[in-house]
Design a protein around this ligand. Structure first.
Ligand SMILES: Cc1cc2nc3c(=O)[nH]c(=O)nc-3n(C[C@H](O)[C@H](O)[C@H](O)COP(=O)(O)OP(=O)(O)OC[C@H]3O[C@@H](n4cnc5c(N)ncnc54)[C@H](O)[C@@H]3O)c2cc1C
Length: 397
């Protein structure tokens, strides 16, 4: 790319957040390039991806606006109710889409399905795809120096990409975040999220279930083929043990942990476990570089909100870029980005600490927290309208 001809936007990382950001920018009429080291695997209905997301309504609205939801929805599963309760007893929180005049509370979709549909849309939208390639450095008149009108990124094939705005969406271990000199506040939970598909005796009834155990929450999410996708939060050593046991032992232990709520667990797929951490970048912006998604923040998955918070970064960014373009202003002007960064960081910090607090309160069998959480769930269930308010907040509507 010649120096006098920069892209409007370069997005680094084509996970769901990076791809949605790139597509949003392209739909705004901007010239966009994406750098991604791994070619996304094509999605097939019969080769399911263990990474499954509960998508909130505002994220779905974004994907719909970007014209990709239509290609995702036929393979996704709506969930119409949600039940949350504590193994130690007390009240139960219950959410029903019908009560809020909705058809669904949200949708369950595989990560690979979202990535595949977004990748195809990027190709159709004429976005320049530099894949497989990675960013290895920030060059020349980069973050704060030079004439300040663009950032130059060095790629691993020795080429350079210049852009007025660079989006770092390269995940929780973001290299670009480090290159931009942005520090990170990080806490390892010492827990893993064990994921798998399971077949249960009883139907999932389009319901997302979450039981809090002293070792961590256990979620059963309804999947499109009648099975459930589980996310079982466990201490590291316990997760390692449950990855290693045979299927029959695993199913028996899972049935017990879930109190046989859907009857016996009769079959399990492959299993995988992801380390859980809370992370928050000290700032989301450095000059013309902004962090989005897990590069900026990672939250405990107990509320299924990590990707949803990332998609909210995209929604806010799109609004800001649109406003700047309507005024004919520079889309990467550092003062404008800094305002976006402050707002997004403050919302992400609230999410990270809220889920952190819930995890602490529920992942213990100490008497006082046990009493308190039973009361809290009961209160949430009894106060009229409270469930609706909680759901609206989680759904971003
Ligand atoms: C067990 C578990 C369950 C979860 N369940 C949910 C849920 O139900 N709902 C929900 O909303 N969230 C959930 N999350 C959170 C969710 O997984 C993440 O928030 C989300 O995947 C982050 O997306 P991302 O696009 O920001 O990052 P990633 O998905 O990590 O994508 C980063 C991309 O950047 C690329 N990349 C890496 N390095 C470079 C480089 N140097 N140059 C260029 N590209 C690079 C990678 O190849 C990748 O494509 C869960 C998380 C866990 C651990």
């Amino acid at each position: 790319m010649r120096r006098r001809d920069p892209f409007d936007v370069v997005v680094v990382g084509a996970g769901v957040v990076g791809s949605a950001t790139a597509l949003a920018c392209a739909r705004e009429g901007l010239r966009v390039a994406v750098v991604e080291p791994r070619v996304p695997a094509a999605w097939h209905a019969d080769a399911q991806d263990l990474r499954v997301f509960a998508l909130a309504q505002d994220g779905i609205d974004l994907l719909d606006d970007l014209d990709v939801w239509g290609a995702i929805a036929p393979h996704a599963q709506p969930y119409r109710s949600m039940r949350v309760w504590d193994a130690a007893g007390g009240g139960e929180l219950c959410f029903e889409a019908q009560r809020y005049g909705r058809d669904a509370l949200g949708w369950i979709a595989e990560g690979a399905l979202l990535a595949d549909r977004l990748w195809s849309a990027l190709q159709l939208a004429g976005v320049t795809l530099r894949c497989p390639q990675a960013v290895v450095g920030i060059d020349g008149d980069g973050v704060e120096s030079g004439d300040g009108s663009a950032v130059a990124l060095r790629l691993d094939d020795h080429s350079t990409l210049r852009a007025r705005l660079v989006i770092a969406a390269d995940g929780a271990d973001s290299k670009l975040r480090d290159m931009a000199g942005i520090a990170l506040v990080r806490h390892d939970y010492g827990q893993r999220g064990l994921v798998a598909f399971v077949q249960t005796e009883m139907a999932h009834a389009d319901t997302a279930w979450q039981r809090f155990l002293p070792t961590g929450p256990l979620a059963f999410l309804p999947f499109r083929d009648g099975r459930s996708s589980i996310v079982w939060t466990l201490p590291d050593a316990e997760a390692a043990r449950l990855l290693a046991v045979d299927d029959a032992t695993f199913c028996a232990e899972l049935t017990r942990a879930f109190d046989a709520t859907l009857g016996e667990v009769v079959a399990v797929s492959q299993r995988a476990a992801f380390p859980l951490r809370r992370q928050l970048a000290e700032r989301f912006v450095a000059g013309r570089i902004v962090l989005c998604g897990d590069a900026a923040h990672a939250v405990h998955p107990l509320a299924g909100q990590g990707l949803n918070v990332g998609l909210r970064d995209v929604i806010a960014l799109r609004k800001m870029l649109r406003a700047a373009r309507m005024r004919g202003a520079d889309i990467g002007a550092p003062h404008r980005l800094a305002r976006w960064g402050r707002e997004r960081r403050s919302e992400s910090a609230v999410a990270a600490w809220t889920f952190d607090g819930i995890n602490r309160l529920f992942s213990t069998d100490a008497p006082l927290p046990t009493l308190l959480r039973g009361h809290l769930l009961g209160l949430g269930g009894r106060v009229p309208g409270m469930d609706g308010l909680l759901w609206k907040r989680a759904a971003g509507v």
